[in-house]
Design a binder for this molecule. Structure first.
Ligand SMILES: O=c1ccn([C@@H]2O[C@H](COP(=O)(O)O)[C@@H](O)[C@H]2O)c(=O)[nH]1
Length: 232
């Protein structure tokens, strides 16, 4: 599997998610199950996607006390997902507990990648300020990246705008970047965006893309076009 594309299956029921998955080719992308779909469908939908050949990124962004997050990560890892995540802002003890929990699990012969969300791509400097964070987005992302590195995580969720600096600071990290938008596409609720080609050039390893594919008139064609944009 060489594709850097991860398609966000943000749906309110299993049937809609599987109908979209039918249009996608698991040789061209992985899929992401987030809060909406997982809340509606539970672990069963992960198995259904895996049975169709997809590797699954379980994007539940755990953020709680260390014990709770560790237990949730352990259960998630046992589902045989390819990748799962936590919020770096949960703190170092929480990140370390998650690391330890995932290290103890090998499901279907592999251990999932454990990555940390730095600053959501829907946030800009003004939104961070409302949270009492008056440093730049860049500085806050780098601070949370350093914490994640100390805790031994495998990678980060960040915007592609931070990718090049993060690759310099933490070359070992796998960088997963949502907020990807083709040039002609609107930003929707995303604030820190980049085109697919620019994101890969900046150092993103994986591009998370939802609406530009799932809301396209022909999602399969949109996926192929995005893959071509990545290659070119
Ligand atoms: O910082 C983050 C973390 C996660 N996401 C998720 O990625 C997709 C993006 O979907 P689009 O339709 O391409 O905007 C979505 O599932 C988010 O929950 C993110 O956007 N930013």
């Amino acid at each position: 599997m060489k594709s850097p594309l991860i398609v966000a299956l943000d749906y309110a029921d299993t049937a809609a998610a599987l109908a979209m998955a039918e249009l996608l080719d698991p040789r061209q992308c992985r899929v992401k199950v987030g809060k909406e779909l997982f809340t509606a469908s539970g672990p069963k939908v992960i198995e259904q996607l895996q049975n169709r050949g997809f590797e699954v990124f379980l994007d539940l962004k755990f953020h709680d006390i260390p014990q709770t997050v560790a237990k949730a990560c352990q259960v998630a890892a046992r589902l045989g997902v390819w990748m799962l995540n936590v919020h770096a802002s949960g703190g170092k003890a929480m990140l370390e507990a998650a690391r330890e929990a995932v290290d103890g699990v090998t499901a279907s012969g592999h251990q999932p990648l454990l990555i940390a969300v730095t600053v959501l791509t829907s946030l800009d400097a003004d939104a961070l300020g409302q949270l009492g964070v008056h440093d730049s987005v860049k500085l806050q992302v780098e601070r949370l990246a350093a914490l994640s590195a100390e805790a031994g995580l495998d990678g980060l969720v960040c915007s592609a705008q931070e990718a090049s600096r993060l690759k310099q600071l933490h070359p070992e990290f796998c960088l997963v970047t949502p907020g990807i938008r083709p040039a002609q596409h609107g930003a929707d609720d995303q604030r820190r965006t980049m085109t697919p080609g620019a994101a890969l050039a900046a150092g993103s390893d994986y591009l998370v893309i939802g609406r530009p594919i799932t809301a396209a008139p022909d999602p399969a064609e949109a996926l192929s076009a995005l893959l071509a944009a990545c290659a070119g």
